[in-house]
Design a protein around this ligand. Structure first.
Ligand SMILES: Nc1ncnc2c1ncn2[C@@H]1O[C@H](COP(=O)(O)OP(=O)(O)O)[C@@H](O)[C@H]1O
Ligand SMILES: [Mg+2]
Length: 244
């Protein structure tokens, strides 16, 4: 029944990898773990015509959920790789906020711990009137912001956190993705310093680059081990209110 959301400073920053990785760690800790997403765009059409969300596939595999249950994890799948509000117009599908919210609520109710992946960034439009922040607000869950230690990202992190707070969301902290300890220089170190100084939030961990073979097969045990070494799961669980 405990859940938190994952947003990021932009698309392609690592929401899916972090969502799946945290779900893998929760699963290996023994929680009945759920994952969900309000809508997925940029989905892949299979030979039988079915649309597959690779985001949902990865996080479902990490959480140990059968991929046949995609519909329970993500109620809408869209082929165009555009923000859902626009992608849905192109293919003539009406996205219903109440369906996105109720699907994820059900997932949360049916599991001990659920990681909810957003779409794009915090103000990405799911419909013209329903943005990612409205979705998290409707679920009444706190969020974690995934950031990447690249030039310009401190600004995006601060804007994301401020926007989320201004819209009444609780932000638990930041996760730095694609951290490469061997290549750390002044840019990466100063990003870490300013993330905390300017957002006033804790860095909950730094996820390193995962080997492609771990991502390809969504090896939850190995991914969980990397998470436990690099991300403060005890703190995330406590902040989200999930201590048993
Ligand atoms: N920690 C990581 N290790 C390895 N590859 C990563 C990592 N984080 C992200 N990637 C890769 O970068 C791309 C974007 O990540 P993804 O999680 O899909 O971003 P988002 O969900 O924010 O759009 C994907 O190809 C993903 O496999
Ligand atoms: Mg994603």
């Amino acid at each position: 029944m405990v859940a938190f959301g994952i947003t990021a400073t932009d698309t392609e920053i690592g929401k899916t990898v972090v969502t799946g990785s945290l779900a893998a760690a929760l699963k290996v800790r023994g929680y009945k773990t759920g994952v969900c997403k309000p809508v997925a765009s940029g989905c892949v059409r299979m030979a039988d015509g079915k649309l597959i969300s690779t985001d949902a596939e990865f996080s479902m595999a990490c959480a140990g959920i059968d991929t046949a249950k995609q519909k329970k994890v993500v109620p809408y799948v869209l082929e165009p790789a555009l923000a859902p509000a626009q992608a849905s117009k192109l293919v003539g599908i009406t996205l219903e906020p109440k369906v996105m919210v109720s699907t994820c609520k059900k997932m949360i109710e049916d599991h001990e711990f659920t990681v909810v992946e957003g779409v794009g960034g915090i103000s990405a439009p799911l419909t013209d009137k329903f943005l990612v922040c409205d979705f998290f607000k409707a679920l009444n869950i706190p969020i974690i912001v995934v950031v990447k230690p690249i030039l310009g990202n401190v600004n995006h992190a601060v804007l994301t956190v401020e926007y989320a707070k201004n819209h009444g969301l609780k932000v638990l902290g930041l996760i730095v993705n694609s951290w490469n300890e061997k290549e750390v220089g002044i840019l990466e170190k100063s990003n870490l310093f300013y993330y905390e100084k300017l957002t006033g939030l804790p860095i909950l961990g730094k996820l390193p680059l995962l080997p492609p073979e771990l991502i390809n097969v969504a090896d939850s045990k190995k991914i969980a081990a990397i998470v436990e070494e690099n991300i403060d799961m005890d703190k995330i669980i406590a902040l989200a209110g999930g201590n048993k």
